[in-house]
Design a protein. Structure first.
Length: 631
């Protein structure tokens, strides 16, 4: 077995006498060193949706015939939940609370770990463990967005939002005189250069505005490797000195910003050059998972992108403003994986001796062998892809494939907490109108990569804690959030290892593959991105990561061969739920589609963030409440 093939999703942390780093970049692992313990958070290499997680689902999509007709169900449950993400786990807990602790519940998930996108990465070093996260990053604006239902549920799990905020050291990077920076790559801009001191306000910021350590906009932009006239145009744009929609009335202005992409606005109204526009290509890849050519001016405006201050538009205020400006400081040490772990602990207490609250669970070890035992009233079965769900007079039949073996169970009720787009294939008897509505939720793809480096002195020398890289695969590279809780301390000494968080939209690879995105709507772009994502091997990912980090940090002594100690590529082909996009959607029609898609179907209900067209954790929880109420 080749070393790289072996690393690609194997349990590297579980070899006796060796750390994952020794295996990844040192002594070769031998197959006989593999132990029987199953603990996915310690896996390195390709994570998220690995090949096995979608193999059977894609076969079903592509017309493979899975015949379960002769298979008699051997088990019966009061409730079967399809999907072990936060929405599915919440639905199971709410059902248990509503109908009784004695009710038998089976939770099925196609992945090798629970939590959906709220996954935990544990990266073992010789002198300790770094905690990080595989996807779902934060509690998004809880003061502005969370309902009482959501807050009460979190409290019942031992999560205190106000206490969580205190775990985040908002002064840590500002006190080190670090700022946000921009990396201009030699391949795109003729020189490898990092410019620090970005003064730009960003949506949902974790750094107080008065502590950005930013330069003036003139000083910042004048360091860009651009011609002087392009710098002058950018400075004017950022200072919003002009009314770029002069001659339009208010109604025309509102229609324009709703139906025009930010890139078109920069080109047609601001009159920016192609070279200057390059600066913005990638700036929405992370938060919105789409390029500026598929993001409306409306969304660009609420993301604090420049150009809208003098357009005579109504001020953003109230809840919308509160959401935008609420500090982005509600992070657990493993981000939203803590929520998933506490839900599992509530449902299956035997999984851990610890886990009574957010602090207690931080360093708790979970025994995955306890997730699916006959004595449990709640059983969580991983590596199990549901292929078919059909109503019966008494309930439903649920058919699935577990590690290649066909299985079937009976259920009185079923909660579908998986991706909306998969449900029409799994429940072929659904009304056609509902199938079409479900298929409208085409999720966007993202890669959340974790790279452990031996030290972060290079970031100190560059004066940055976060770097935006226009027109590069990874648009965002950030030192890990400064969160300490439950006995876990975030890295504080620049001479010691730290985890970098890197975000990539696979649409960034479209141009290099000769794929033209112009004319495609957001859904078709998402499909292109997913196909690109699944075509890239871990080895290719590693080359891209090493190359980009070397370009960013190489000028101050970073050596990727020496300094990169571990890589985890959390690949999500179905990441963000589709969100209403004014460029392609009409709001009234979108809301009708949402309501149609999530209708109960006899003994089957639907709970997931997709059913609200919202990629946030609180939405996933709210939809679980709705679905269980429908039961």
């Amino acid at each position: 077995m080749q070393r790289r093939d072996f690393l690609n999703g194997m349990a590297l942390a579980l070899f006796s006498g060796m750390t994952p780093l020794q295996i990844l970049y040192g002594k070769e692992a031998k197959i006989e060193d593999f132990t029987k313990e199953y603990y996915p958070p310690k896996l390195l290499g390709l994570r998220g949706s690995n090949d096995a997680s979608y193999q059977f689902a894609h076969m079903l999509r592509d017309g493979e015939n899975f015949d379960f007709s002769t298979l008699k169900p051997k088990q019966e449950y009061d409730l079967v939940v399809v999907g072990a993400g936060i929405s599915g786990l919440t639905a199971a807990l709410l059902y248990q609370n509503k109908f009784g602790k004695e009710k038998k519940i089976l939770i099925l998930d196609n992945h090798d770990d629970f939590g959906g996108h709220a996954r935990r990465n544990e990266i073992e070093l010789q002198d300790g463990t770094i905690l990080s996260y595989g996807g779902s990053e934060s509690f998004q604006s809880p003061k502005a967005l969370f309902t009482k239902q959501v807050i009460d549920l979190l409290k019942s799990l031992g999560i205190d939002i106000d206490e969580l905020a205190k775990c985040f050291d908002v002064n840590f990077y500002p006190d080190l005189k670090l700022s946000r920076g921009v990396y201009f790559s030699k391949s795109e801009f003729g020189v490898d250069k990092v410019v620090n001191g970005n003064p730009r306000k960003v949506i949902c910021d974790d750094i107080p505005y008065d502590k950005l350590n930013g330069k003036s906009i003139e000083e910042f932009i004048n360091e860009f490797p651009f011609k002087q006239r392009y710098k002058k145009d950018l400075i004017s744009l950022f200072k919003s000195e002009k009314d770029y929609l002069k001659g339009m009335n208010k109604e025309e202005r509102e229609e324009y910003i709703a139906k025009t992409s930010y890139k078109q606005f920069l080109k047609d109204k601001v009159k920016l050059s192609t070279e200057a526009i390059k600066f913005f290509e990638g700036i929405t890849d992370d938060f919105l998972a789409l390029g500026i050519d598929a993001v409306s001016c409306e969304d660009a405006r609420i993301s604090f992108l420049p150009g809208f201050d003098n357009l005579g538009l109504d001020a953003i205020e109230g809840d919308a403003l509160a959401e935008m400006e609420e500090p982005y400081i509600y992070h657990c040490a493993d981000r939203n994986a803590t929520v998933a772990r506490l839900l599992v602990k509530k449902l299956i207490p035997e999984v851990s001796k610890q886990g009574i609250n957010m602090n207690d669970v931080t360093l708790a070890h979970f025994d995955y062998s306890k997730l699916d035992t006959p004595k449990n009233t709640v059983r969580l079965r991983l590596n199990s892809t549901v292929i078919n769900v059909e109503n019966t007079k008494q309930g439903a039949l649920v058919s699935y494939v577990m590690q290649g073996k066909k299985m079937r169970v009976k259920a009185k009720k079923v909660v579908m907490a998986n991706y909306n787009s998969a449900i029409p294939y799994i429940i072929p008897s659904l009304p056609q109108e509902q199938k079409e509505a479900l298929s409208k939720n085409v999720k966007t793809s993202l890669i959340h990569t974790k790279v452990v480096i031996s030290n972060w002195e290079s970031f100190i020398k560059l004066g940055v804690h976060e770097i935006y890289s226009p027109r590069m695969p990874y648009s965002r590279t950030k030192l890990d959030y400064p969160v300490s809780m439950g006995g876990y301390e975030h890295p504080k000494n620049p001479k010691n290892p730290i985890c970098l968080h890197m975000v990539c939209s696979p649409l960034a690879f479209a141009a290099s593959q000769g794929i033209e995105l112009e004319g495609l709507d957001a859904r078709d772009r998402a499909r292109v991105g997913r196909n690109l994502l699944f075509s890239i091997s871990f080895e290719e990912h590693e080359k891209i990561i090493r190359s980009q980090l070397q370009g960013i940090l190489g000028s101050v002594g970073f050596d990727n061969e020496r300094d990169i100690k571990a890589i985890v590529v959390n690949r999500w082909g179905h990441c963000y739920s589709y969100t209403e996009n004014s460029l392609y959607d009409e709001s009234e029609e979108a809301q009708k589609t949402i309501r149609t898609a999530r209708k109960p179907f006899k003994n089957i209900v639907i709970a997931n963030s997709d059913s609200d067209w919202s990629a946030y954790m609180h939405s996933a929880i709210e939809q679980a409440f709705r679905a269980v109420d429908e039961l």
